[in-house]
Design a protein around this ligand. Structure first.
Ligand code: SDX
Length: 423
């Protein structure tokens, strides 16, 4: 049996055989038979916009691998910076490679004083931290004009290091501004997660001591959120990057996509949902209202996973470790009851709606003291590594500028009407 499909244009009787390669068929082959006929696929539900070697997901089996390594093993044995290296360069770093990589990131955690003193102070007092982060990342492009040299290997590497290194600093700066606390400079004697927690929580103590369980929890959550193939924000990164915009502008666009409640804003929506449910007893009525079409079960469902999101299982295990230190988040019992009721209900089972990565992550962040508004920012920090890995792959594959077609459904030609004669 040939690994191919044959399409016949019934208007002409012409046929064409197109090979099936790595799970896809080439649209350009189809267009040889069907010039001017486009494949209509709003939301790209069945369209592969690229070929990628970075992350593999099997939605039905609930499998997630970064460069072939199972997410469960990376969450148990790796660190976020090691995973960032893996995503970007395709291999786990040797000790001789990891040391310099970590040192380079550590040395680029500072932001320009103008960003700290003038840019941040320009925001309204109650600016949303994610709106601030999107703006901060876009503003970075004005501090590093050499970032436009996207095909200069050394300059490209330097911007990649700067973005990965500065994201926690920008994130913490946005939070500190939101709560009226002074900016905390990076402490280069700390690890990546410890330094982030220091910039978030340090007050008057000489140096911040992160609880090892909480620092490890943040590192594991960063690993889990580092990449997820062609999600909305990563595809945005590739699309904007395909215009040869600088990486800061492309990352700002990706962060803007992640800001949406359907994407990175979901764990904030989960917390708001659990809070509005209020008690375990109110869960059945809430589920009933969702089934009647009143809103969605936030943190449930996924375009790809039609099984349990493998990350959600790991997040739930991390939650129990964190609650040992912080005390249990009272919303956990409501979340567990919601999961129990939904997974036993035909409405959700028939639609293959399972908890995704966002269902439990918010509970951990809230227990650790993070305000709900900063949750999408916590997603953006690690996803920066994934965005950059896809950006590099897109450029190295010499990808053409993204320019899809459309099916036109508007007016036919019609003559201009003077204003006095308009109806
Ligand atoms: C992330 O792409 C990624 O990889 C994203 C991400 C990543 O790492 O980058 O994994 C991170 O964004 C996770 C998803 C976080 N979002 C949420 O939890 C928000 C709630 N989830 C939904 O909005 C929804 O499930 C989406 C957006 C996640 C997926 O939407 P799809 O695939 O387009 O699903 P759909 O809208 O076609 O839904 C299919 C059916 C519909 O019912 P019918 O119209 O067929 O009757 O399922 C229903 C939907 O109404 N449905 C839900 C639901 N999600 C889908 N019903 C109730 N609650 C939900 N959460």
């Amino acid at each position: 049996m040939a690994e191919s499909v044959t399409i016949t244009d019934n208007r002409t009787g012409q046929s064409i055989e197109v090979p099936i390669v790595e799970g896809g068929v080439s649209a350009s082959e189809w267009s040889k038979l069907l010039p001017g006929i486009w494949f209509y696929d709003p939301g790209f539900s069945t369209t592969a916009e690229c070929e990628s070697a970075i992350t593999y997901i099997d939605g039905d089996a609930g499998i997630l691998r970064y460069r072939g390594y199972p997410i469960e093993q990376l969450a148990e044995h790796s660190t976020y910076l090691e995973v960032a290296y893996l995503l970007l360069y395709g291999e786990l770093p040797t000790a001789a490679q990891l040391g310099p990589w970590v040192d380079e990131i550590t040395r680029h955690t500072y932001i320009h004083e103008n960003m700290r003193k003038r840019f941040l102070d320009g925001f309204h007092y109650d600016a949303h931290p994610m709106g601030m982060l999107v703006s901060e990342v876009a503003a970075l492009s004005t501090f590093y004009p050499e970032a436009k040299e996207i095909f200069d290997a050394d300059l490209r590497h330097k911007q990649i290091v700067r973005l990965i290194a500065k994201m926690p600093t920008l994130a913490a700066a946005a939070h500190r501004f939101s709560v009226g606390m002074p900016f905390v400079y990076p402490d280069n004697s700390l690890t990546f997660p410890e330094n982030f927690l220091s910039m978030m929580w340090k007050v008057a103590e000489p140096s911040f001591e992160a609880h090892p369980v909480l620092a490890r929890a943040i590192d594991v959550l960063f690993i889990l959120h580092a990449d997820h193939e062609q999600n909305c924000s990563t595809t945005t990164m590739r699309v904007v990057g395909s215009a040869h915009a600088d990486p800061y502008s492309a990352c700002a666009a990706a962060a803007a996509a992640l800001y949406g409640p359907r994407h990175g804003g979901a764990n904030e929506a989960v917390l708001n949902m659990l809070t509005s449910i209020g008690t375990i007893d109110a869960v059945p009525d809430f589920v009933k209202s969702v089934k009647e079409g009143h809103g969605r079960l936030q943190g449930f469902g996924h375009r790809v996973y039609k099984n349990y999101d493998p990350r959600a299982k790991i997040v739930r295990d991390v939650a129990y470790q964190v609650f040992e230190v912080t005390g249990k988040n009272p919303l956990l019992d409501i979340a567990l009851k919601l999961e129990e009721v939904a997974l036993a209900d035909e409405y959700f089972v028939s639609r293959k709606l399972y908890p995704n990565v966002d269902f439990y992550s918010g509970l951990i962040y809230q227990a650790m003291g993070f305000p709900v508004a900063i949750f999408p920012v916590l997603f953006a920090i690690p996803r920066t590594a994934g965005w950059l890995a896809h950006w590099v792959e897109m450029l190295d594959n010499k990808t053409k500028i993204a320019r899809p077609r459309q099916l036109y459904s508007g007016s036919a030609e019609r003559p201009y009407v003077a204003i006095g004669e308009r109806g």
